[in-house]
Structure formats: structure tokens, C-alpha cells
Design a protein around this ligand. Sequence first.
Ligand code: Q46
Ligand code: ZN
Ligand code: ZN
Length: 340
Amino acid sequence: MLAIVSLVQGKRSQMRCRKCGEKAVINMRQHKLALCTAHFLDWVPEQVEHAIRRYDMFTHHDRLLVAVSGGKDSLSLWDILQRLGYSADGLYIGLGIDGGVSYSVNSFEYARSFAQEHDLKLHVVDIPAEYGESIQAIAMRTHRGHYKPCSVCGLTKRHAMNRIARQYNYSVLLTGHNLDDEAAILFGNTINWLGPYLIHQSPVLEADKPGLVRKVKPLCRMYEREMAAYALLRGISYIHDECPFAKDSTSIYHKELLNKLESDRPGAKLNFYLSFLRARRDGLFSSSIDDQAEFLHACPECGQPTSAPGLCAFCRMFVQVEDRPDSGQLMDHDHTQLEK
Ligand code: Q46
Ligand code: ZN
Ligand code: ZN
């Protein structure tokens, strides 16, 4: 409970729930809203439902697949979906990451336990078992990412998510990206003026090309701090260790910068992201630079859609031999190169 108390900012002892007057457990300065445990646990699903409807993400008739990593965001999202009455299955992708903390082994255990406790279906893709190599080994062999396997990891996860969603006829794939993730991605894309990535950053990535599954981010308006409080207050067990390769990453540095801004100006992160979505909706980012995404064809090896000539970027990793220059700059079909 100490961790929750520390989430309350400002005049801690006097903070009262705006809805019932009981002692508040969290103060969200960005919303000028303090809430007690019960009202906070009601408020979070209401916010998520609002985002689902606001961005037309899915309905109760869709077949939903949630990508779960064993972390607080994706497990909380799965929990919220149950509470909102959506039925959703899970997908865990084992990457074979150890990093001295048995990261993949432990994160799988949290995802598996959650599914078991709630009697939910969990698909598991074990990359080392299926492809014979961990993502670290692939990164070393192909020289993608200069000993940091994030480029290989992102490509592998996107490939596996789309493959399983298609194979089992899910209509929507959900990820647990929260507002802090989205704001950090947006910040990175903006300071580098990565036009194609800006065009495609959205709470919803439409399945607008054959072979692509619709992807949505129902937590895109939820602060990371709110999701941490939700997981703790709901008693959700999740992996607290970050992936060992997340350390010193650019996206964490961008998150820290945005948190400094947020602490001086509560709501700055949300405003940055929502203003971007409004500008994007109003056509500020022209689609004329989006030509690369127009010509998708089925990869001859795996059948997944790709804009690369010949094999898709994922399959190319397995025919790639030593000293090939880094091909990580090739754009994947969903333009999420900078995402986690
Ligand atoms: S899991 Fe994969 Fe992240 Fe680890 S290897 Fe990098 S991209 S940091 S979200
Ligand atoms: Zn209350
Ligand atoms: Zn392929």
C-alpha cells in the first residue's frame, strides 16, 4: 500500500475523493481529479471505454486478441476488457531474453498465471523454439541493431502478432501502449521529422491492405502512472523488471524529458498527444509521402504482407549472412519502427 500512497501528490493527508469525500489514493493533477480506491478502479475502465468508442476501435462483436508481455499495461488492459464485458484472448511472444534476470521466463510466468487465474485463453509463440534462435542471437548474427536486439525484437513481435491474429481469425489486435509510450514515440518521430511514421501514429491502424489485421491501442490516453496504480490496486501481479535492453534506450530518455515537462505543466503530455491527433485528423500531415505503403505483396516465404521487394523483412533475417549491412531502416508494413 505504501507504493500507492506515494502516488498521491500534494497535500496528501487532506486529499479527498472528488466523488465521495473519502480519503483519496491518487491525485491526477492533469485531470484536476483525486479519487479513492473504489472510484479510481471505476474511473479507469470508463476512460478506456471512452477511448474505444471515441476512436471506433472495436465492438462486442469483434474477435479480440491482446498482446500480453507480463507487464502492468497489457495485463491491466486484459483485466479492463473483462470488466467491460469484452471477451478477448491473449498472445504471449517468448523472445528468449535472459539478461541475468530470466526476463522472458519470468514475464511468461506472469502472463500464464493471469490467464489461468481468470480462465482466459493464451496463445504462446516461442521464438527460440520455433526459429532456433533467441532474438539476441538473431541480432548478433545479422548485425541488426549493433548488439541491441530491439530492431529484431520489434520486427519479430509485429510479424508474430499479425501471423497469429490471421491464423485464428481475430479481427482486432490490441496492444498495451499507454500515453507515456505514445508521447515518447511521437516526440522521437517529431524531433527527427519522420513523416511516414507521423502519418501512421494513431490509436487505430486500419487493416487497409490485404493480410493486415486491425491494430488498436485502448490505453493511449492513460498515463503510465495511472496504469501502475490500477495494477497495484487491482492486485494484478506483473513483472516489475524492465527488459534488460530497455536500459539507456532513447525512448526512456524521451519519457524522462516529457516527465520533466509534465511535472511543471500537468497535462502537457496528454495535450502534446491529443493536439497531434487533432492536427493529423485535420490533414496537417499530407499522405503524399506515404507511397511506400501502397504496394504490398505477400511474402513468398511466410505469406505475410510486405512492401519490401521479395521476402519480408522478418524472413530476410533468416537468410541473412555475415557482414550484411544493417537493413533495419526498411520500413515495416505498419510503420512502427520506433515503437517498442
Ligand atoms: S522487449 Fe524487445 Fe523492448 Fe527488450 S529487446 Fe528492446 S524492443 S527493450 S519493449
Ligand atoms: Zn470515492
Ligand atoms: Zn516473410
